[in-house]
Design a binder for this molecule. Sequence first.
Ligand SMILES: NC(=O)c1ccc[n+]([C@@H]2O[C@H](COP(=O)([O-])OP(=O)(O)OC[C@H]3O[C@@H](n4cnc5c(N)ncnc54)[C@H](O)[C@@H]3O)[C@@H](O)[C@H]2O)c1
Ligand SMILES: [Zn+2]
Ligand SMILES: [Zn+2]
Length: 446
Amino acid sequence: MAMSQAAMLAEKAIGHDDNNVTAQDVTNPANDPSYADNSDKMKALAWMGKNKVEMVEVPKPKIMEDRDVILKITGSTVCGSDLHLLHGTVVELQKGDILGHEFCGIVDEMGPAVKGLKKGDRVVASFQIACGDCFYCNQKLSSQCEKTNSNTIENAMYGGRTAGMFGYSHFTGGFAGGQAEYTRVPYGDVNLLKLPDDVPDEKGLYLSDVLSTSWNCVVDTGVSEGDVVAIWGAGPIGQMCIDFSFINGAKRVIVIDSNWRLDFIKERYPKAEVLDYSKLGKGESVTSKLKEMVDNRGPDVALECVAGEYAKGWAHYFEMMLGMETDTSEIINEMITSVRNFGRCGITGVYVGFTNHFNIGSLMERGIRLIGNGQAPVHLYWEKLLGMIQSGEIDPLKMVTHRVDVADLDKVYYKFEAKEDGMQKVFVQTRFSAPPCAGAPALKRY
Ligand SMILES: NC(=O)c1ccc[n+]([C@@H]2O[C@H](COP(=O)([O-])OP(=O)(O)OC[C@H]3O[C@@H](n4cnc5c(N)ncnc54)[C@H](O)[C@@H]3O)[C@@H](O)[C@H]2O)c1
Ligand SMILES: [Zn+2]
Ligand SMILES: [Zn+2]
């Protein structure tokens, strides 16, 4: 039996904790009449099993709790994190779960206790669902809210748990996501940020996740004046980390990957240097190359923007396949051995559980700091980042390659996974979206 389903069964047997202030396991309005508003139907992207997603048609979600907001979705996207769901790497998905954790829209309906919003407001949602009033929420550390996820498996495995998350399995509470035409947002007054008129959806959408995540990755590892920063992974997260590293004073940024995305970086981020690990010579490694590139000592900071599920060599490939570990340690070991002594390494790419052959010796002996990890606390940063979009300091459109239609989203998942068609960050339109803004790609149907 797949690990995902085994964990789901265990959760059912043990039962949830009682810390939640919002309903759990509401991943599809079709699952229960009390979740559904039959006045309209919606298209949504559902997980149907390992490596299988499908478009489904289901009722629109209903207001279930006093602080709920129902959004008409006007923009969503596919994230590198969605691939971990597609692959079944993140556990506790159920057939029919609606995915999508990065979305913006228009307020359609509100529960009676929602303050500060009105019907018709254009807003972006954070990927995490926060209560706004617990130990972590009071510090705006919204990704670790203590009251929106009562999953006991996560608590036992991690010694604590994250906030609930949209479209990210029952492991994080079980909430329907925004790769749909409507979404229900619990604690809507906490988890939605109004978008001003000068910020179109195509720019504001990415405050949900990728912008806040990349910002957290850079500032929480302490990137500062004069640092040399090495970034593993040239996806959208790694790309925004380039801009944010320079903004925070980095002297040099080196990006490590192995495919066409490095050409994309050369074109759009000309200040960054690239290292293609598939083109290393005999006897060379990422570590030896980085030492050679940076004073024979190595970068000050290493940022992990890949994920633990992508093994480089056969050993970890088989260990993961056989269930001996959930994540490879290859990238984190490369980061540790590459940075200078007392260097910092931060992990933003998703790691699910346990890893073998971790180079703890290098970490200890050379004083390497593992800092700047984790699911990013979006609420801590999104207002500041919105200001940076408004002032033109950052332009999220730089990483957007495609505009697609929600009806084609299942096909888009497979294209995104295969990195076909030069696809990396997409903007997903619905029947409620405005036409493309200036500088945004035109619609492409699949
Ligand atoms: N911590 C958070 O809050 C948070 C939020 C969003 C996304 N993420 C995670 O960040 C990671 C990156 O997201 P993305 O959307 O940019 O993903 P992506 O899948 O688009 O990009 C990942 C890149 O890593 C590259 N890669 C694979 N193996 C590599 C290796 N050994 N060395 C160097 N590069 C390698 C791939 O070629 C790809 O270009 C994902 O794991 C995602 O789940 C974390
Ligand atoms: Zn994401
Ligand atoms: Zn909270």
